[in-house]
Design a protein around this ligand. Structure first.
Ligand code: AMP
Ligand code: ZN
Length: 492
């Protein structure tokens, strides 16, 4: 099965296969580590995670490179305000970023590349650009890309750049204006700013050159896929193409994937709008990491997604259903044999699930057959018409679902525990939901002990004590379920 993915460059849905027939070489723009990431940023990283997990599920090997932008205007500004060098300012946010990715179960790319560790490669690329007539130095010692040297500029974003001012320049890392400008490749040293010695003069790299240099270093001059959020299409990705292709005269990336924004009340979630939530904000409110993951991936990447708390509640309920079902199928005792109807439902669910993902990663459509299977299987179990052979088949489909969605196995306690711990050391105690604080104090062993005590109390007809324990646990977010096979408990 081959993934068909929208390609911003061709403007159509194209098949995505490794050009070398071995591994899919992909580059995704990583975070700028000047602060904690918000869940809009994580929507993009999660959707890229869906992509790489689905490729692997279809048997494609992936070589995924992600950069860490650990030098840029914002980092320099913030570290100066904090009175520390950037090398002391960024590590905290790099660490936080990886912790957040782990909480959201985003797989690590095969290669992480930090900008500050690749300065020589960037300088070398600027030197090559100069030789190609595409870079020039200004009086202050900065270097700019000469846009007029690359007539194909604009081919990715399809912007009409006919009004382009020849020679007009821009030196800030981020700009959103529709007009194209010669952009900074290297910024001459300024007093008090981090800089590096280089044959092209002392200075620091611009943001765009970083991705071109690191992508080509690890993936070669031409590779399969480049991905990022939709805001990066212009100018960042357009500039990457210009810088790379002016030197190599080969297509930089063949396929471009852009994840649409996470919105709040119709506006892009962003630091500058002040309308953002970090992952930690939501964990401290009591939402589970898995529910945040599911909510952010359930709307396909080609659609903008309006963030609501209801979507987290819905995701949480969906996960509960999946987990309860998974446990029922795993732990239940079923007679040998198969139910033909279930076997057919399994085949149908698998085909529909894979087809939906192969069709431009349609995660919303991919979920539906899984829940259909859950319903028919539950009915069959209720009626005693579910057999051991059905168990194997159903678990196989759930495994394929979780290979991409990864929410069934309950690993939610740890990220929440870490977030509460972080809040306590970062002056954010007031933001921790009270029920979370109560729940934190309760280990699995302590719960088991209380549950056993309740069972004993019921046996001795001490219903007052049994009820008291149930109530006490409920207040701490622990739910008890009495069933034929004994008492099950779960964290809300
Ligand atoms: P940054 O750390 O700002 O460089 O952003 C990291 C990634 O998050 C980039 O791929 C951005 O395009 C993406 N991004 C930023 N804001 C949003 C948003 N509201 N929704 C989805 N992706 C976003
Ligand atoms: Zn980039």
């Amino acid at each position: 099965m081959t993934l068909r993915l929208f390609n911003t460059l061709s403007g159509q849905v194209d098949e995505l296969v490794p050009a070398d027939g071995k591994a899919l070489r992909m580059y995704a723009c990583g975070p700028t580590v000047y602060d904690y990431g918000h869940i809009g940023n994580f929507r993009t990283f999660l959707q890229i995670d869906v992509l790489r997990r689905f490729l692997k599920l279809t048997g494609v090997k992936v070589r995924h490179v992600m950069n860490i932008t650990d030098v840029d205007d914002k980092i320099i500004r913030n570290s100066a305000a904090a009175g520390i060098p950037i090398s002391e300012y960024t590590p905290k946010y790099v660490e936080a970023f990886f912790e957040d990715l782990e909480a959201l179960r985003v797989e690590r790319p095969e290669q992480i590349a930090r900008a500050t560790e690749h300065i020589p490669q960037m300088v070398e690329l600027i030197e090559k650009l100069e030789k190609a007539g595409a870079a020039y130095k200004t009086e202050d010692g900065s270097w700019y890309f000469r846009l007029s040297a690359f007539p194909e500029y604009g081919k990715l974003s399809k912007k009409d750049l006919s009004g382009m001012e020849d020679g007009a320049r821009v030196d800030v890392d981020e700009y959103e204006k529709d007009s194209a400008r010669d952009f900074a490749l290297w910024k001459a040293v300024r007093p008090g700013e981090t800089s590096w010695d280089a044959p092209i003069g002392r200075g620091r790299p611009g943001w765009h050159i970083e991705c071109s240099a690191m992508a080509m270093q690890y993936l070669g001059d031409s590779f399969d896929l480049h991905a990022g959020g939709e805001d990066l299409m212009f100018p960042h990705h357009e500039n990457e193409i210009a810088q790379s292709e002016s030197v190599t005269h080969e297509p930089f990336a063949r396929h471009w994937m852009h994840v649409r924004f996470l919105l709040v009340d119709g506006k892009k979630m962003s630091k500058s709008e002040g309308n953002f939530y970090t992952l930690r904000d939501l964990l401290l409110k009591g939402y589970k990491a898995s529910a945040i993951r599911l909510a952010l991936i359930s709307v396909p990447y080609r659609h903008q997604l309006n963030f609501t708390f209801d979507s987290l509640t819905e995701a949480s309920a969906a996960i509960d259903r999946l987990r309860t079902f998974h446990e029922r199928v795993t732990k239940g005792s079923f007679a040998a044999g198969e139910n033909e109807e279930i076997q057919l439902a399994v085949k149908k669910a698998r085909v529909e699930y894979m087809e939906a993902l192969a069709n431009d990663l349609n995660t919303a459509e991919a979920r539906a057959p899984i829940f259909d299977l859950l319903r028919v299987s539950n009915t069959a179990i209720d009626q005693g018409k579910f057999y051991a052979g059905d168990r194997e088949a159903v678990l196989g489909v759930l495994a394929a679902f979780d290979a991409v969605f990864d929410v069934i196995e309950d690993r939610d306690a740890e990220p929440t525990r870490r977030a509460v711990e972080w809040a306590e050391t970062s002056g954010r105690q007031a933001d921790v939901a009270p029920e979370l604080l109560a729940r934190q104090g309760l280990t699995d062993d302590a719960i088991e002990t209380l549950v056993a005590e309740r069972t004993q109390a019921k046996k001795h007809r001490n219903f007052a004590r049994a009820d008291q324990i149930r109530k006490e646990l409920a207040e701490k977010g622990i739910i008890l379920e009495d069933s034929k096979d004994g008492v099950r408990w779960k964290r809300k």
